[in-house]
Write a protein that binds this ligand. Sequence first.
Ligand SMILES: CC(C)(COP(=O)(O)OP(=O)(O)OC[C@H]1O[C@@H](n2cnc3c(N)ncnc32)[C@H](O)[C@@H]1OP(=O)(O)O)[C@@H](O)C(=O)NCCC(=O)NCCS
Length: 227
Amino acid sequence: MNPLTRRGRCGRPVPVNSDQVRIRPYVRSDLDALYRVCLRTADNGQDATSLFRDPKLPGHVYLAPYVTFEPSLAFVAQDASGAAGYIVATLDSHAFWQRLERDWWPALRAAYPEPPEEVFETLPYPEQYALHAIHQPPHTADELASRFPSHMHIDLLPPLQGRGLGRRLIETLVAGLRAHGSPGLHLVVANGNQKAIGFYRHVGFTEFPIDLFPGGGPRVFVMDLRA
Ligand SMILES: CC(C)(COP(=O)(O)OP(=O)(O)OC[C@H]1O[C@@H](n2cnc3c(N)ncnc32)[C@H](O)[C@@H]1OP(=O)(O)O)[C@@H](O)C(=O)NCCC(=O)NCCS
């Protein structure tokens, strides 16, 4: 069975739009709420509010460029309180990093200058990673990009977790990526986020053997979309 197809007894799909929660395409007015979701999940899936001097910094890196440049691949989970989760992605990681180098990172580099090393080392790791991404942006290795060119980020606030919405957001994104002809999807997850790693394996991702940083660090998971 396709691990993304959630089935109940007798093979019937399990309803996931219950309890006033629904998944829908991103709209511009979601942005502020999604910045808050990003902040509140930016410490290996936990609340990072106390770990950033500027609460908007994680959203500038992990959220806003995706919804700005590829809004058709952004989907929102909404409950009665409003937008409380999202999945965002890019179709072609190489093209995306080139676009950000031209149209996104320069403004952030001016707004968030690289601190001196002695200051940088005192910052919590989540802020260090975000600043590093702005000043030494990530690039996708060719061996990964050739087979799994798309990449994604997913975050849900705690009240929406464990209710099937993560699976449903990934199903929604995968359908969108397939419609755009993507052959494969990858994601990067911190080794410390074991909960997310278990989730990704369970919904059909497999680990891709690559060392992003020598000696360990983040891990990469992939999904073949040609099947
Ligand atoms: C990780 C996250 C996206 C998962 O979404 P979720 O809505 O909580 O997960 P779901 O309820 O959709 O779970 C889907 C399936 O995965 C399973 N699952 C979830 N977590 C699991 C784990 N750690 N290990 C094994 N299986 C797991 C569920 O049991 C469920 O199984 P089923 O559909 O066969 O019944 C969500 O918890 C989250 O946003 N966490 C905080 C932010 C974060 O860590 N983001 C990822 C950063 S890389």
